[in-house]
Design a protein around this ligand. Structure first.
Ligand code: NAD
Ligand code: UFG
Length: 339
């Protein structure tokens, strides 16, 4: 069994990826400092796969702890690096926290990869690097636009750090540019656990339906889109999780054609905010209390992926529908609220 380090493996995308990795036959070691996750996630993962991943509570910002970790685990063959801070608004308020957490952790991990000849590195990037795209759907060749937040900037800089490192070492890396992950594992053993008031659309929808929030605010209906609300590419988190397994297998079997590769991970379909709201009501039978409010600063109008490269080169394709993702998100919300 190949041993894979998953940083941030108790977080939203990380936990679903750990399930997919274990189901694909990998042994998983998770490191997480629990800054945005709960230790209970470990139990959820174990309930699904009947295998408890190795877990170490560790803050990747502490260089000596990272160094010591790799002394204890000498047989790691690949790393999937999810650990980061991800709240766009908070990153504007606390830029240094974001640069420190998202860049230092990456640098320390890459240094250890070089020191211990760990050559396979998967990185969580984001479609935020494209900004407001000139052309839709977006291919990986589209220009990287000036970042609109420190968070977005950390993803751009991280990609550059990895590229530069791959050019002077034996490290091979794949950066996956996620579009909008939503939903939960169908078992409702794991799902998204936002701290405080959710910033993202789907957790806000499910919390509104569950009665935790009064009203969903839809940020703008005067955008140049068919119904006036913004368009995004919502991808089921289990499809996204599976993309990591496929990307890792590509590196482990040395099928990569360059030392640093980038793939869009989305469905290729754009859905408006109003379409998501309508789909949620239809699939769950819940009526949502919502109102149209002003645009949210920093939102781009429309973003969805051209997934040709991932489909043809990785042999990966999103298989689950948005309706399935919304139903799973609702099942998860009902479970954690005892509804
Ligand atoms: P998340 O916050 O749920 O998971 C991140 C995990 O990393 C958390 O469990 C947190 O406790 C841990 N962590 C953070 N800093 C750490 C540190 N210094 N040391 C150890 N652990 C640390 O976020 P997520 O939604 O699962 O996102 C995972 C990755 O995907 C992030 O890099 C994020 O930027 C990226 N991403 C997310 C989205 C999205 O919409 N969720 C979109 C694009 C990219
Ligand atoms: N929206 C609402 N009401 C809400 C929340 C969101 O109308 O309460 C709208 C937003 O205006 C946007 C859409 O729903 O049009 C999606 O918003 P999210 O916040 O769910 O997602 P974003 O596309 O804004 O952001 C996501 C990630 C970021 C990442 C960005 C680009 O959350 O981390 O994609 O990759 F930077």
């Amino acid at each position: 069994m190949k041993k894979i380090l998953v940083t941030g493996g108790l977080g939203y995308i990380g936990s679903h990826t750990v399930v997919a990795l274990q189901e694909a036959g990998f042994e998983v070691v998770i490191v997480d400092n629990l800054s945005n996750s709960s230790i209970n996630v470990l139990e959820g993962i174990t309930n699904i796969t009947s295998t408890s991943p190795i877990f170490e509570r560790l803050d990747l910002r502490v260089k000596q702890d990272v160094v010591d970790f790799f002394k204890r685990h000498t047989d790691i063959e690949g790393i999937i690096h999810f650990a980061a801070s991800k709240a766009v608004g908070e990153s504007v308020e606390k830029p240094l926290l974001y640069y420190e957490n998202n860049l230092n952790t990456l640098i320390y991990l890459l240094q250890e990869c070089m020191a211990h000849s760990i050559h396979n590195f998967i990185f969580s990037s984001s479609c935020t690097v494209y900004g407001e795209p000139d052309k839709l759907p977006i291919t990986e060749n589209a220009a990287v636009k000036e970042a609109i937040s420190p968070y977005g900037n950390t993803k751009q800089i991280s990609e550059e750090i990895i590229l530069d490192t791959c050019q002077v070492s034996e490290i091979k890396s794949i950066a996956l540019r996620y579009f909008n992950p939503i939903g939960a594992h169908h078992s409702a053993e794991i799902g998204e656990l936002p701290v405080g008031v959710p910033q993202n659309l789907v957790p806000f929808i499910t919390q509104t339906a569950a009665g935790l929030r009064d009203t969903l605010s839809i940020f703008g209906n005067d955008y140049p889109t068919p119904d006036g609300s913004c368009i995004r590419d919502y991808i089921h988190v289990m499809d996204l999780a599976h993309a990591h397994v496929v990307a890792l297998q590509r590196l482990l079997s040395v099928k990569n054609t360059a030392n640093y590769e980038i793939f869009n991970v989305g469905t290729g379909r754009g859905s408006s905010v109003l379409e998501v709201v309508n789909a949620f009501e239809k699939v769950t039978g819940e009526k949502l209390n919502y109102k149209i409010v002003d645009r949210r600063p920093g939102d781009v109008v429309s973003v969805y992926a051209d997934t040709t490269k991932a489909n043809t080169t990785l042999g990966w394709k999103a298989e689950r529908s948005m309706e399935e993702a919304l139903a799973s998100a609702w099942k998860w919300e009902q479970k954690i609220r005892n509804l």
